[in-house]
Design a protein around this ligand. Structure first.
Ligand code: NAD
Ligand code: TDX
Length: 333
């Protein structure tokens, strides 16, 4: 039976990828609730079948609006967030409002209406690992967030757990590693460097670039979330990762090579304060208990497809390029 899903943040990077995934793989209808912040783009939802996706422009902290929308849906997938670490170091307040108060507002509605709730979170809630540590994050790793962004995401996860335990809300949580793919805002590492090269600007590497991120294609993340929505056990947390550890230096050099440039043609810029060293996900639980596996395991092929996407979709990102670079320049990055 086709469901009606409420997808918060569905005009952002991972949310819009999920809406396209739902259109392709289910008969479900989607109501997107999105405030349309600087990080969103309505064009990311173009190509969805008309009649199956509805965009409601609004704030997840708006309790009456949220209440009204929960009335007419079967389940909620909560992506909406302030998502960029560098912005959270500049101005943390919107992170508290959206990530904490927004999640609280949705949980209260889930409780009132008895709706199935899936909360999207990040591996950054676990803090970071040493480069030579054989350990990876698991569902039982203690929370130890570093930045205003990751601490508000950790807070939102804990609210979900409390609403499950105290009020019996039917919720699951997933914590995913770094995503890449189409529709990612150009403030983020990979699309910033691709669009720099397209514009003739030298790519910018923070610090030494030894920091490691565990990359997963957004399409694999979407498939994992749909799997958890369909078959996840209530109250459980699932880590999502595709064994994609790469240091930033390797990624920037690969982007330059794929784009026909000298691999060394980038600048080292000021490091991020409190910069997490390494993230790494052990997704055994999701793979063994729910049978999910990533499909985009060739990182170089995925990155090359992302380069093609940003080359073909300059109109999608061009309006924000000068503003993003001015922000970084003001910080020496
Ligand atoms: P994004 O910044 O690209 O998109 C966020 C979306 O949320 C935007 O469309 C924005 O308009 C919307 N939004 C922000 N505040 C809102 C509010 N108050 N009310 C309604 N809508 C609001 O973010 P993303 O990278 O797509 O991340 C989506 C989710 O996935 C976040 O919860 C993030 O923490 C999580 N996550 C991201 C990654 C990653 O690599 N990007 C990895 C793991 C988890
Ligand atoms: O220009 C840059 N140069 C650079 O070296 C930028 C923008 C980033 N970096 C580094 C910082 C990080 O080590 O690249 C790495 C990735 O940076 P981001 O794209 O900002 O991602 P990160 O901080 O790792 O967080 C991302 O993954 C986890 C998402 O933005 C979060 O929303 C998600 O929770």
């Amino acid at each position: 039976m086709a469901r009606r899903l409420l997808v918060t943040g569905g005009a952002g990077f991972i949310g819009s990828n999920f809406v396209h995934h739902v259109m392709e793989h289910t008969d479900d209808h989607v109501v997107v609730l999105d405030k349309l912040t600087y990080a969103s783009n309505k064009a990311s939802l173009e190509g969805c079948p008309t009649g199956r996706v509805e965009l409601v422009v609004g704030d997840i902290t708006d309790a009456p609006l949220v209440d009204e929308l929960f009335e007419n849906v079967d389940a909620v997938v909560h992506y909406a967030a302030e998502s960029h670490n560098d912005n959270s170091l500049d101005n943390p307040r919107p992170f508290l409002d959206t990530n904490i108060v927004g999640t609280y507002t949705l949980l209260e509605a889930a409780r009132r209406h008895g709706r199935r709730f899936h909360h999207i979170s990040t591996d950054e809630v676990y803090g970071d690992l040493e480069l030579d540590d054989p350990a990876r994050f698991t569902e039982t790793t203690p929370y130890n967030p570093s930045s205003p962004y990751s601490s508000t995401k950790a807070g939102s996860d804990l609210l979900v757990r409390a609403w499950v335990r105290s009020f019996g809300v039917e919720a699951t949580i997933s914590n995913c590693s770094n995503n890449y793919g189409p529709y990612q805002h150009i403030e983020k590492f990979i699309p910033r460097q691709i669009t720099n090269v397209i514009r003739g600007i030298r790519p910018k590497l923070y610090g030494t670039g030894e920091n490691v991120r565990d990359w997963i294609h957004a399409e694999d993340h979407s498939a994992a979330v749909l799997t958890i929505l369909d078959r996840g056990v209530m109250g459980e947390t699932y880590l999502i990762g595709a064994d994609g550890e790469k240091d930033n230096k390797t990624v920037i050099e690969l982007i330059l090579t794929l784009m026909g440039q000298d691999a060394g043609a980038y600048d080292h810029v000021k490091d991020r304060p409190g910069h997490d060293l390494r993230y790494a996900i052990d997704s055994t639980k999701l793979r063994t208990e729910l049978g999910w596996a990533p499909k985009y395991v060739d990182f170089e092929a995925g990155l090359s497809a992302a380069v093609d996407w940003y080359r073909a979709n300059e109109a999608w990102w061009a309006p924000s390029k000068d503003g993003v670079e001015a922000f970084y320049a003001s910080k020496g990055q």
